[in-house]
Design a protein around this ligand. Structure first.
Ligand code: APR
Length: 231
């Protein structure tokens, strides 16, 4: 079976990482245009760095660990012969820490930095500032940015995502509000024969596109669903 899973912030909520679309419409006190767009970075790189430095530090705290949903996905992938692709919109490293192997982080990874001139990507856990030197070329200063996809930028590896969706037998969307495209449109790329399952606390604008909707917390519903699948 060809399985494609799409995860969003909801899968990491129970690990202590706030989701994006809280009731106040702000992301950790900021409007997204202030911190998560290329023009914000051009206008005020220090603010954008500070914002992502705080997010990165938070993710590095030892209490932030994969929960039962991340672990169940990794375990399923390890124990079955299905073709298994885990697409995540999350920039946290929890799927990787859980042991998932075939992970496609379509919105990038906060534990990586990217050179704005060469596109080089390097693992990164420290703060970034406009004075941070490139470790490979210390005279090059302030060229690194978080390797995350901002609003207005193209998500990564879209061609691969489209191909996988078009060939999927099972598509499972977990903890995503289905309002941010192109991720929200992936379900519509799957063939008519594909079983499409949405696992979320709430209904989403895309719920009607799924053949099955499961309402509940990911840490409970994902392991339950994967257990049923093995039988
Ligand atoms: N279990 C299951 N679902 C949950 C849980 C939980 N414990 N907690 C929250 N949810 C659901 C919410 O009901 C909501 O539908 O997770 C979803 C989270 O939605 P968003 O905060 O909008 O996150 P996401 O869909 O990942 O956002 C997409 O938007 O800001 C950008 O780039 C950012 O990747 C992000 C993208």
């Amino acid at each position: 079976m060809k399985i494609v899973v799409l995860t969003g912030a909801g899968i990491s909520a129970e690990s202590g990482i706030p989701t994006f679309r809280g009731s106040d419409g702000l992301w950790e006190g900021h409007r997204v245009e202030e911190v998560a767009t290329p023009s914000a970075f051009q206008k005020n790189p220090e603010l954008v760095h500070q914002f992502y430095n705080a997010r990165r530090r938070h993710l590095l705290q030892k209490e932030i660990r994969p929960n039962a949903a991340h672990l169940a996905l990794a375990e399923y992938e390890a124990e079955h012969d299905d073709e298994f692709l885990l697409i995540t919109q999350n920039i946290d490293p929890l799927h990787l820490l859980a042991g998932s192997k075939n992970v496609l982080a379509m919105h990038g990874q906060l534990m990586e930095a990217r050179c704005i001139e060469t596109g080089k990507v390097i693992p990164w856990k420290q703060d970034l500032t406009i004075h941070t030197p490139d470790p490979d070329l210390p005279t090059r200063i302030g060229r690194l940015r978080p390797n995350v996809v901002w609003f207005g930028e193209m998500p990564l590896r879209m061609h691969e995502i489209q191909q996988a969706a078009q060939n999927a037998d099972l598509f499972v969307a977990i903890g995503t509000s289905a309002v941010v495209y192109p991720a929200a449109g992936i379900v519509e790329e799957t063939p008519a024969t594909c079983q499409r399952v949405e696992i979320n606390l709430e209904e989403t604008p895309q719920s009607d596109a799924f053949t099955q909707t499961i309402r509940g917390p990911a840490s409970i519903e994902v392991p339950k669903f994967l257990n049923r699948l093995q039988r």
